[in-house]
Write a protein that binds this ligand. Structure first.
Ligand code: SF4
Ligand code: SF4
Length: 346
Protein backbone atom coordinates (compact mmCIF):
# COMPACT_ATOMS: atom_id res chain seq x y z
CA UNK A 1 0.00 0.00 0.00
CA UNK A 2 1.37 3.43 -0.94
CA UNK A 3 1.18 6.33 1.50
CA UNK A 4 1.30 10.05 0.76
CA UNK A 5 0.42 13.32 2.42
CA UNK A 6 -1.39 16.33 1.03
CA UNK A 7 -1.74 19.78 2.57
CA UNK A 8 -5.21 21.22 3.19
CA UNK A 9 -4.61 23.87 0.50
CA UNK A 10 -3.59 21.25 -2.06
CA UNK A 11 -6.58 19.11 -1.09
CA UNK A 12 -8.81 22.02 -2.14
CA UNK A 13 -6.91 22.24 -5.45
CA UNK A 14 -7.40 18.47 -5.87
CA UNK A 15 -11.14 18.78 -5.21
CA UNK A 16 -11.44 21.59 -7.77
CA UNK A 17 -9.61 19.43 -10.32
CA UNK A 18 -11.81 16.42 -9.53
CA UNK A 19 -14.94 18.55 -10.01
CA UNK A 20 -13.59 19.63 -13.40
CA UNK A 21 -12.60 16.14 -14.62
CA UNK A 22 -15.33 13.96 -13.01
CA UNK A 23 -18.75 14.29 -11.43
CA UNK A 24 -17.60 15.04 -7.88
CA UNK A 25 -20.12 13.88 -5.26
CA UNK A 26 -19.25 15.07 -1.76
CA UNK A 27 -20.78 15.96 1.62
CA UNK A 28 -22.49 19.36 1.65
CA UNK A 29 -23.64 21.10 4.84
CA UNK A 30 -27.19 22.14 3.99
CA UNK A 31 -27.73 23.67 7.40
CA UNK A 32 -26.21 23.20 10.84
CA UNK A 33 -27.60 19.69 11.38
CA UNK A 34 -28.13 18.40 7.83
CA UNK A 35 -25.27 17.11 5.68
CA UNK A 36 -26.06 15.43 2.35
CA UNK A 37 -23.97 13.94 -0.46
CA UNK A 38 -24.48 15.85 -3.71
CA UNK A 39 -22.68 16.63 -6.95
CA UNK A 40 -20.59 19.76 -6.26
CA UNK A 41 -18.90 22.34 -8.50
CA UNK A 42 -15.70 22.49 -6.44
CA UNK A 43 -13.93 22.49 -3.09
CA UNK A 44 -15.82 25.49 -1.71
CA UNK A 45 -19.04 23.42 -1.40
CA UNK A 46 -17.46 20.44 0.38
CA UNK A 47 -17.95 19.87 4.14
CA UNK A 48 -14.83 18.13 5.42
CA UNK A 49 -15.50 18.26 9.15
CA UNK A 50 -18.88 16.57 9.38
CA UNK A 51 -19.52 13.64 11.79
CA UNK A 52 -21.76 11.67 9.44
CA UNK A 53 -24.20 12.61 6.70
CA UNK A 54 -27.93 12.76 7.45
CA UNK A 55 -28.75 10.23 4.73
CA UNK A 56 -26.14 7.72 3.61
CA UNK A 57 -24.23 8.31 0.34
CA UNK A 58 -25.62 5.04 -1.09
CA UNK A 59 -28.06 7.31 -2.98
CA UNK A 60 -25.37 8.11 -5.54
CA UNK A 61 -25.07 4.45 -6.55
CA UNK A 62 -28.65 3.42 -5.76
CA UNK A 63 -30.63 6.68 -6.21
CA UNK A 64 -33.75 7.42 -4.21
CA UNK A 65 -35.63 7.69 -7.53
CA UNK A 66 -34.21 6.77 -10.93
CA UNK A 67 -35.51 6.41 -14.44
CA UNK A 68 -35.10 2.87 -15.80
CA UNK A 69 -36.25 3.60 -19.35
CA UNK A 70 -38.50 5.86 -21.40
CA UNK A 71 -41.25 4.41 -23.59
CA UNK A 72 -43.15 5.56 -26.66
CA UNK A 73 -46.17 3.61 -27.89
CA UNK A 74 -47.05 5.81 -30.87
CA UNK A 75 -48.20 3.84 -33.95
CA UNK A 76 -48.93 0.70 -31.93
CA UNK A 77 -45.22 -0.16 -31.56
CA UNK A 78 -43.44 0.01 -28.21
CA UNK A 79 -40.14 1.84 -28.43
CA UNK A 80 -37.80 1.96 -25.46
CA UNK A 81 -35.00 4.41 -24.79
CA UNK A 82 -32.37 4.09 -22.09
CA UNK A 83 -31.67 7.05 -19.80
CA UNK A 84 -28.33 8.84 -20.11
CA UNK A 85 -25.55 7.30 -18.00
CA UNK A 86 -23.80 9.34 -15.34
CA UNK A 87 -20.19 8.95 -16.55
CA UNK A 88 -17.10 8.72 -14.34
CA UNK A 89 -17.62 10.01 -10.80
CA UNK A 90 -15.66 10.40 -7.58
CA UNK A 91 -17.65 9.80 -4.40
CA UNK A 92 -15.54 11.80 -1.98
CA UNK A 93 -15.38 11.96 1.82
CA UNK A 94 -17.36 8.79 2.53
CA UNK A 95 -17.14 7.62 6.13
CA UNK A 96 -15.82 4.07 6.65
CA UNK A 97 -19.21 2.70 7.81
CA UNK A 98 -20.84 3.98 4.63
CA UNK A 99 -18.17 2.36 2.45
CA UNK A 100 -19.06 -0.89 4.26
CA UNK A 101 -22.69 -0.12 3.50
CA UNK A 102 -21.86 -0.08 -0.21
CA UNK A 103 -19.98 -3.39 0.20
CA UNK A 104 -23.18 -4.81 1.76
CA UNK A 105 -25.20 -3.68 -1.27
CA UNK A 106 -22.77 -5.15 -3.83
CA UNK A 107 -23.89 -8.80 -3.63
CA UNK A 108 -27.56 -7.74 -3.68
CA UNK A 109 -27.28 -5.84 -6.98
CA UNK A 110 -24.12 -7.34 -8.39
CA UNK A 111 -24.37 -11.00 -7.37
CA UNK A 112 -26.74 -13.70 -8.66
CA UNK A 113 -29.09 -10.88 -9.77
CA UNK A 114 -27.23 -8.45 -12.01
CA UNK A 115 -28.73 -4.97 -11.77
CA UNK A 116 -27.44 -2.97 -14.75
CA UNK A 117 -28.36 0.40 -13.17
CA UNK A 118 -26.43 -0.26 -9.97
CA UNK A 119 -23.54 -1.89 -11.82
CA UNK A 120 -23.08 1.03 -14.19
CA UNK A 121 -22.92 3.60 -11.38
CA UNK A 122 -20.77 1.38 -9.16
CA UNK A 123 -18.23 0.69 -11.91
CA UNK A 124 -18.06 4.37 -12.82
CA UNK A 125 -17.56 5.58 -9.25
CA UNK A 126 -14.22 5.89 -7.47
CA UNK A 127 -14.59 5.80 -3.68
CA UNK A 128 -12.47 8.22 -1.66
CA UNK A 129 -13.11 7.54 2.04
CA UNK A 130 -12.39 9.87 4.95
CA UNK A 131 -11.48 8.53 8.41
CA UNK A 132 -13.71 9.86 11.18
CA UNK A 133 -12.22 12.45 13.53
CA UNK A 134 -15.08 12.36 16.00
CA UNK A 135 -17.81 9.87 16.86
CA UNK A 136 -21.47 10.60 16.31
CA UNK A 137 -23.75 10.21 19.36
CA UNK A 138 -24.98 6.75 18.26
CA UNK A 139 -22.01 5.28 16.35
CA UNK A 140 -21.11 1.63 17.03
CA UNK A 141 -19.27 0.52 13.86
CA UNK A 142 -16.68 -1.49 15.80
CA UNK A 143 -19.41 -3.87 17.00
CA UNK A 144 -20.24 -4.64 13.37
CA UNK A 145 -16.68 -5.44 12.27
CA UNK A 146 -15.72 -1.93 11.11
CA UNK A 147 -13.83 0.97 12.59
CA UNK A 148 -13.71 4.80 12.38
CA UNK A 149 -10.50 4.64 10.35
CA UNK A 150 -11.07 1.41 8.45
CA UNK A 151 -10.40 1.70 4.72
CA UNK A 152 -11.94 -1.61 3.64
CA UNK A 153 -13.74 -1.19 0.31
CA UNK A 154 -12.40 2.29 -0.50
CA UNK A 155 -10.09 3.09 -3.43
CA UNK A 156 -8.32 5.82 -1.43
CA UNK A 157 -8.49 6.53 2.29
CA UNK A 158 -7.80 10.03 3.62
CA UNK A 159 -6.99 10.69 7.27
CA UNK A 160 -6.74 14.12 8.86
CA UNK A 161 -3.23 14.70 10.24
CA UNK A 162 -1.57 17.74 11.77
CA UNK A 163 -0.06 18.83 8.49
CA UNK A 164 -3.12 18.17 6.31
CA UNK A 165 -4.24 14.69 5.26
CA UNK A 166 -2.62 11.27 5.04
CA UNK A 167 -3.45 9.46 1.82
CA UNK A 168 -3.49 5.68 1.51
CA UNK A 169 -3.93 4.22 -1.97
CA UNK A 170 -5.83 0.94 -1.61
CA UNK A 171 -6.68 -0.17 -5.16
CA UNK A 172 -5.47 0.15 -8.75
CA UNK A 173 -8.31 2.60 -9.41
CA UNK A 174 -7.15 4.70 -6.49
CA UNK A 175 -3.62 4.61 -7.89
CA UNK A 176 -4.84 5.85 -11.28
CA UNK A 177 -6.66 8.73 -9.63
CA UNK A 178 -3.60 9.70 -7.65
CA UNK A 179 -1.18 9.45 -10.58
CA UNK A 180 -3.36 11.86 -12.57
CA UNK A 181 -2.74 14.61 -9.98
CA UNK A 182 0.64 13.33 -8.73
CA UNK A 183 2.21 16.78 -8.24
CA UNK A 184 -0.24 17.52 -5.39
CA UNK A 185 0.91 14.58 -3.24
CA UNK A 186 4.13 14.05 -1.24
CA UNK A 187 5.36 10.51 -0.43
CA UNK A 188 4.96 9.87 3.32
CA UNK A 189 7.50 8.32 5.67
CA UNK A 190 7.29 4.58 6.28
CA UNK A 191 3.98 3.79 8.05
CA UNK A 192 3.59 7.49 8.92
CA UNK A 193 -0.02 7.56 7.74
CA UNK A 194 -0.96 4.06 8.94
CA UNK A 195 0.30 4.83 12.44
CA UNK A 196 -1.58 8.14 12.62
CA UNK A 197 -4.74 6.53 11.24
CA UNK A 198 -4.69 3.61 13.66
CA UNK A 199 -4.19 6.00 16.57
CA UNK A 200 -7.10 8.16 15.38
CA UNK A 201 -9.32 5.09 14.94
CA UNK A 202 -8.66 3.99 18.54
CA UNK A 203 -9.32 7.50 19.86
CA UNK A 204 -12.62 7.90 18.00
CA UNK A 205 -13.81 4.37 18.91
CA UNK A 206 -13.07 5.31 22.53
CA UNK A 207 -15.70 8.07 22.24
CA UNK A 208 -18.59 5.65 21.46
CA UNK A 209 -21.39 6.23 23.94
CA UNK A 210 -22.14 2.57 24.55
CA UNK A 211 -20.61 -0.83 24.06
CA UNK A 212 -22.58 -3.20 21.84
CA UNK A 213 -22.03 -6.94 22.08
CA UNK A 214 -23.37 -8.92 19.13
CA UNK A 215 -21.79 -12.21 20.25
CA UNK A 216 -24.13 -15.14 19.59
CA UNK A 217 -27.02 -12.93 18.40
CA UNK A 218 -27.24 -14.45 14.93
CA UNK A 219 -27.02 -17.99 16.31
CA UNK A 220 -29.80 -17.17 18.80
CA UNK A 221 -31.99 -15.74 16.03
CA UNK A 222 -31.36 -18.81 13.86
CA UNK A 223 -33.42 -20.82 16.34
CA UNK A 224 -35.87 -18.15 17.57
CA UNK A 225 -38.15 -16.73 14.91
CA UNK A 226 -41.16 -16.31 17.20
CA UNK A 227 -40.44 -14.17 20.28
CA UNK A 228 -42.88 -12.14 22.44
CA UNK A 229 -40.20 -9.41 22.27
CA UNK A 230 -41.16 -8.54 18.65
CA UNK A 231 -44.68 -7.69 19.85
CA UNK A 232 -43.26 -5.38 22.52
CA UNK A 233 -41.20 -3.53 19.90
CA UNK A 234 -44.10 -3.43 17.43
CA UNK A 235 -46.30 -1.70 20.02
CA UNK A 236 -43.84 1.22 20.01
CA UNK A 237 -43.03 1.37 16.26
CA UNK A 238 -45.05 3.84 14.20
CA UNK A 239 -44.23 2.17 10.87
CA UNK A 240 -42.92 5.47 9.49
CA UNK A 241 -40.02 3.81 7.63
CA UNK A 242 -37.48 6.53 8.48
CA UNK A 243 -35.06 3.91 9.81
CA UNK A 244 -34.94 2.22 6.41
CA UNK A 245 -34.60 5.41 4.36
CA UNK A 246 -31.54 6.60 6.26
CA UNK A 247 -29.90 3.17 6.42
CA UNK A 248 -26.84 2.59 4.19
CA UNK A 249 -27.66 -1.11 3.71
CA UNK A 250 -31.44 -1.06 3.10
CA UNK A 251 -32.21 -1.70 -0.55
CA UNK A 252 -35.94 -2.34 -1.06
CA UNK A 253 -37.44 -0.55 -4.04
CA UNK A 254 -40.71 -0.17 -5.91
CA UNK A 255 -41.16 0.13 -9.69
CA UNK A 256 -43.80 2.30 -11.32
CA UNK A 257 -44.78 3.63 -14.75
CA UNK A 258 -45.73 7.23 -15.44
CA UNK A 259 -47.60 7.81 -18.71
CA UNK A 260 -47.87 11.38 -19.96
CA UNK A 261 -51.05 10.82 -22.01
CA UNK A 262 -49.31 11.41 -25.36
CA UNK A 263 -48.10 7.81 -25.87
CA UNK A 264 -44.87 8.55 -24.00
CA UNK A 265 -43.76 7.99 -20.46
CA UNK A 266 -41.11 6.46 -18.23
CA UNK A 267 -40.59 3.53 -15.92
CA UNK A 268 -38.86 4.48 -12.68
CA UNK A 269 -37.92 2.90 -9.42
CA UNK A 270 -37.75 4.45 -5.98
CA UNK A 271 -36.78 3.37 -2.50
CA UNK A 272 -39.45 1.45 -0.63
CA UNK A 273 -39.55 0.18 2.92
CA UNK A 274 -40.28 -3.20 4.51
CA UNK A 275 -41.79 -1.19 7.40
CA UNK A 276 -44.82 -0.29 5.25
CA UNK A 277 -47.88 -2.59 5.37
CA UNK A 278 -48.35 -2.67 1.59
CA UNK A 279 -44.73 -3.60 0.89
CA UNK A 280 -45.44 -7.35 0.95
CA UNK A 281 -49.12 -7.21 0.00
CA UNK A 282 -49.71 -9.40 -3.03
CA UNK A 283 -52.01 -8.84 -6.01
CA UNK A 284 -54.60 -11.26 -4.57
CA UNK A 285 -54.67 -9.35 -1.28
CA UNK A 286 -52.65 -11.79 0.86
CA UNK A 287 -49.98 -10.18 3.01
CA UNK A 288 -47.35 -12.48 4.55
CA UNK A 289 -46.33 -9.69 6.98
CA UNK A 290 -49.80 -8.54 8.00
CA UNK A 291 -48.98 -6.71 11.24
CA UNK A 292 -46.25 -4.44 12.53
CA UNK A 293 -44.84 -7.33 14.54
CA UNK A 294 -43.83 -9.22 11.38
CA UNK A 295 -42.45 -6.06 9.81
CA UNK A 296 -40.37 -5.01 12.81
CA UNK A 297 -39.07 -8.57 13.13
CA UNK A 298 -38.16 -8.63 9.45
CA UNK A 299 -36.15 -5.43 9.74
CA UNK A 300 -34.07 -6.64 12.67
CA UNK A 301 -33.66 -10.13 11.24
CA UNK A 302 -32.43 -8.56 8.01
CA UNK A 303 -29.86 -6.52 9.89
CA UNK A 304 -28.70 -9.26 12.27
CA UNK A 305 -29.31 -12.56 10.47
CA UNK A 306 -30.66 -12.67 6.88
CA UNK A 307 -27.92 -10.60 5.23
CA UNK A 308 -25.33 -12.78 6.92
CA UNK A 309 -27.20 -15.95 5.85
CA UNK A 310 -27.33 -14.82 2.24
CA UNK A 311 -24.06 -12.98 1.75
CA UNK A 312 -21.92 -13.65 4.82
CA UNK A 313 -21.96 -9.90 5.53
CA UNK A 314 -23.57 -7.94 8.35
CA UNK A 315 -26.76 -6.13 7.32
CA UNK A 316 -25.90 -3.34 9.74
CA UNK A 317 -22.69 -1.31 9.71
CA UNK A 318 -23.26 0.52 13.00
CA UNK A 319 -23.73 4.01 11.56
CA UNK A 320 -26.35 4.84 14.20
CA UNK A 321 -28.61 6.80 11.82
CA UNK A 322 -31.75 4.78 12.59
CA UNK A 323 -31.15 5.44 16.30
CA UNK A 324 -30.80 9.17 15.71
CA UNK A 325 -33.88 9.44 13.49
CA UNK A 326 -36.45 7.05 15.02
CA UNK A 327 -39.24 9.22 16.45
CA UNK A 328 -39.99 6.72 19.24
CA UNK A 329 -36.38 5.93 20.20
CA UNK A 330 -36.21 2.38 18.92
CA UNK A 331 -32.48 1.79 19.23
CA UNK A 332 -30.86 -1.17 17.47
CA UNK A 333 -28.12 -1.17 20.13
CA UNK A 334 -30.77 -1.67 22.80
CA UNK A 335 -32.53 -4.30 20.67
CA UNK A 336 -29.25 -6.25 20.53
CA UNK A 337 -28.85 -5.90 24.34
CA UNK A 338 -32.49 -6.98 24.88
CA UNK A 339 -32.04 -10.02 22.63
CA UNK A 340 -28.92 -10.94 24.64
CA UNK A 341 -31.05 -10.75 27.77
CA UNK A 342 -33.83 -12.88 26.25
CA UNK A 343 -31.19 -15.43 25.16
CA UNK A 344 -29.73 -15.55 28.70
CA UNK A 345 -33.14 -16.50 30.10
CA UNK A 346 -33.84 -19.24 27.55
S1 SF4 B 1 -29.57 -0.60 10.90
FE1 SF4 B 1 -29.32 1.50 11.72
S2 SF4 B 1 -27.24 1.52 12.61
FE2 SF4 B 1 -27.37 -0.28 11.26
S3 SF4 B 1 -26.56 0.41 9.28
FE3 SF4 B 1 -28.82 0.69 9.20
S4 SF4 B 1 -29.16 2.82 9.90
FE4 SF4 B 1 -27.05 2.28 10.47
S1 SF4 C 1 -38.03 4.86 12.52
FE1 SF4 C 1 -38.77 3.91 14.45
S2 SF4 C 1 -41.00 4.23 14.43
FE2 SF4 C 1 -40.29 4.59 12.30
S3 SF4 C 1 -40.53 2.54 11.32
FE3 SF4 C 1 -38.41 2.67 12.08
S4 SF4 C 1 -38.48 1.68 14.10
FE4 SF4 C 1 -40.63 2.19 13.55
Amino acid sequence: MKEYTITREKLFTWLDSLARDYTLVAPVAEEETVTLFKPVPGAASVALDYANSTVSPKGWIFPQTEKMFFFNTAGGEIQLKEPATTGPAVLFGVRPCDVKGILALDPVFNGPYQDCYYQSRRENTILVALSCTTAGPHCFCTAMGGGPADGQGADILLTAMDSGYGVEVLTARGEELLVRYADLFTPAGENQVTTAREELGRRVAGQFSRRVDTTGIKEFLNGHFELPYWEELARRCLGCGICTYVCPTCHCFDIFDQARGDNTGARSRCWDSCMFSHFTRMAGGHNPRPTRKERVRNRFLHKLKYHRDRYNLDGCVGCGRCVTKCPVNIDIRQVIADLQEVARHE
